[in-house]
Design a protein around this ligand. Sequence first.
Ligand SMILES: N[C@@H](CCC[C@H](NC(=O)CCC(=O)O)C(=O)O)C(=O)O
Ligand SMILES: [Zn+2]
Ligand SMILES: [Zn+2]
Length: 380
Amino acid sequence: MSDVLDLTCELISRPSVTPDDAGCQALVAARLARAGFAIESMRFGEVDNLWATHGQGAPVLVLLGHTDVVPPGPREAWTTDPFAPEIRDGVLYGRGAADMKSGVAAFVVAAERFVAAHPDHAGTLALLLTSDEEGDAIDGVRRVARTFEARGTRIDWCITGEPSSTRTLGDLLRVGRRGSLSATLTVRGVQGHVAYPDQARNPIHLAAPALAELVARRWDEGFESFPPTSLQVSNIAAGTGAGNVIPGTATVQFNLRYTPHWDAPRLEAEVAALLDRHALDYAIAWHRSGEPFYTPEGPLRAAAREVLAAFAGAPPEESTGGGTSDARFIAPLGAQCIEIGPVNASIHQVDEHVRVEDLEALPELFLQLVERLLAPPAAA
Ligand SMILES: N[C@@H](CCC[C@H](NC(=O)CCC(=O)O)C(=O)O)C(=O)O
Ligand SMILES: [Zn+2]
Ligand SMILES: [Zn+2]
């Protein structure tokens, strides 16, 4: 078994369902300490975060990842135990195989090889891992970034190892992410008998036209490579349990994915103005997941494009699509952020998997990128 395959299997066999790290970071920390990294464990609440650094000063290059995984769901839905990694026909199966224990293992192997080959490299190579990416994302990288800000820790470049490829390893380079803003809207009406609607106020009927306007709205036309801003309703709940009762309240959840044309306060104000126009009696609670971020052309993006093109045989698509990532907390520190990782087709699914061939290529891909940034030929 190769080093990266072995480490990925070790990580998968630790059932680190968010926010439980289940010993993954201790395993990584022990290896990196042996390789000469300085280790700092940052536990906030029930979340483990690991900050490991080698070298000093600028530029600071961070490899960012998470050790937590989403719950596997019913065991019987899986072909084999999600926490007992198994290889079948050249494919490694297990929860976290793609998202993102393979990325974490590849970071570790690449970092070990890099410092062994370039002990006096330029600047600082750092690994930042959290066990709170899949969950609330409060005591993970969000909190670590606040600590860095207070301490004056600078970050120049950040590579997130999230599964980003679509069909073949390296076919997509993430150069930013949309913002994410969630709302829980409670519309108040008056409960009553469905046969006497004049004595009630139906909150579902009151909310429906406002929701129709919200989802139909063209918020913008997109921005550079960002898809247009969109609003999706994810849940509508009302009802007393009886079919002949108009409920007193209706609760609606929705989420906005938005371009850099917007920020959370302006979106919140727009939504409130629309709800007010519909004269709704409502309460709304917002959750600001993260503002959009974007890395324009520069040394990091150029280096990544060249390395990926060599691996995939063609230049990667450069995209800001998909969900958000923990880089949303690192970008505001002034860092350039990109994301590279294995094929994401099975993430969060039953029988999550990664091709062993891709996994074994990943450390070399990260190593080449780190070498270009911290040990270019002239400085090597
Ligand atoms: N629950 C957290 C963070 C949610 C982050 C999540 N990210 C992904 O699903 C990544 C998928 C991809 O790579 O495209 C999301 O975007 O919802 C919170 O609410 O802060
Ligand atoms: Zn992930
Ligand atoms: Zn995920």
